[in-house]
Design a protein around this ligand. Structure first.
Ligand code: SF4
Ligand code: SF4
Length: 104
């Protein structure tokens, strides 16, 4: 497994180890810290093609997808009224809640 990149916001907490593929997601953040997904690359303006996703957030002791929580913020929209609808669509597209999809 490749080393995880340093992520701000952990406050020195010991992070959970990535579970095996298909196991329930434990919010370890490994997937999004190592490479931003297609949603980020396509919808976040000027997102670098390699490296940690700019929308990776930490909340409640786990890493969460900022594009699900508040996509308008990362897409630099002038309002947030569509966040709930867009976030739901993004969650569906990402397969959120279907287990760890990082194959290593
Ligand atoms: S999908 Fe897997 S690698 Fe990504 S945060 Fe969840 S458990 Fe970690
Ligand atoms: S958009 Fe969400 S799922 Fe995709 S890499 Fe960023 S934080 Fe992870």
């Amino acid at each position: 497994m490749a080393p995880i990149h340093l992520i701000d916001g952990t406050r020195g907490e010991r992070l959970p180890v990535k579970p095996v593929y298909g196991s329930p997601c434990n919010g370890c953040g490994w997937c999004c810290a190592t490479q931003a997904c297609g949603v980020a690359l396509e919808h976040i303006p000027d997102h670098p093609t390699e490296g940690t996703c700019q929308a990776l957030e930490r909340a409640g002791g786990r890493f969460v997808c900022g594009m699900i929580r508040r996509p308008g913020h990362y897409m630099r929209l002038p309002h947030d009224w569509a966040d709930e609808v867009m976030g739901g669509m993004i969650a569906e597209a990402l397969g959120a809640g279907r287990g760890c999809d990082a194959e290593i």
